[in-house]
Design a protein around this ligand. Structure first.
Ligand code: ATP
Length: 261
């Protein structure tokens, strides 16, 4: 069986400084996987290494069953990095930014056709920004700009969406709109790998969470319960055998600094 993403004993870092030490992760088609962990634990490094943006020191990565070094179907992957950088100074309209997500599909020398335009409108509709299609990106709020980037990734009709903290600093309305767009993408069979600080409105969508700690996956399983659940004084009595059954799968106590709650 091939996976959408598979890493085997992956190690990666910057300038000889190892950040990821030993990460083995498998993402199956249709999975929605959240990467959690403390600040600086290496969450972004993990997804950026998977995408070939950070060099691998050891171990292997496969994308859609092909070793990453030989993988060429990048149009199958939509990537939303952590920040647009509102002050980029690029006077592009919302529609233009989203249309740039079609480049890999139509080829750099191809001109946008009806399919491209339809894909752009569909993606903007999905994130609730179709009415802003002609507005300069700079006039949008941070949350709306983030939604524009998500529309850009969706417009490319990817099979896999990779998102780095898409909700960071994003207003509640944008978070809800974004959760709806992701739910539709997942409902259509799309695969999602995303870094999150808080599960928030995305919680019902997340099928599996992996917690990165000290360059390794410390915990993996269904998403942790919302805040308060583990804090209940009689929690141990409610689940007396949870630790013995599957310590790292069903439940875990949050590690210090884990901001999944
Ligand atoms: N381009 C880079 N060059 C050098 N070091 C980097 C680079 N990017 C990240 N690092 C370092 O790698 C470590 C892990 O960073 P990373 O961004 O992967 O963590 P993270 O878990 O995503 O953190 P956060 O939650 O703060 O976004 C940090 O110590 C960071 O300073």
């Amino acid at each position: 069986m091939s996976f959408v993403v598979e890493t085997e004993h992956l190690a990666a870092g910057y300038d000889g400084r190892e950040i990821l030490r030993d990460v083995s992760l498998r993402v199956t088609a249709g999975d929605v996987v959240a990467v959690l962990g403390a600040n600086g634990s290496g969450k972004s490094t993990l997804i950026r290494t998977i995408l070939g943006l950070v060099p691998t020191l050891r171990g292997g990565i496969e994308l859609f069953g092909t070793p990453q070094k030989r993988f060429r179907q990048w149009e199958r992957i939509g990537y939303v990095p952590q920040r647009l950088g509102a002050g980029s100074g690029v006077p592009a309209s919302v529609g233009e930014v989203v249309a740039s997500g079609r480049l890999a599909r139509r080829g750099v020398f191809g001109f946008p056709g009806r399919t491209d335009k339809a894909a752009v409108r569909e993606a903007l509709h999905a994130v609730g920004l179709l009415d802003r299609i002609d507005d300069p990106v700079a006039t949008l709020s941070g949350g709306q700009q983030q939604r524009t980037l998500i529309a850009r990734a969706l417009a490319g009709k990817p099979d896999l969406l990779v998102l780095d903290e898409p909700n960071a600093g994003v207003d509640a309305a944008s978070q809800e709109a974004f959760a709806g767009a992701l739910a539709r993408f997942a409902g259509d069979g799309g695969t999602i790998l995303l870094v999150l600080h808080e599960l928030g409105p995305l919680r019902p969508l997340i099928g599996r969470a992996v917690v990165v700690h000290d360059g390794r996956i410390a915990h993996e399983g269904t998403p942790p319960e919302p805040a308060g659940h583990h804090a209940e004084p009689d929690h141990e009595h409610l689940h007396p055998h949870a630790e013995e059954i599957k310590p790292a799968i069903c439940e875990w106590a949050p590690t210090e600094g884990t901001k999944a709650y």
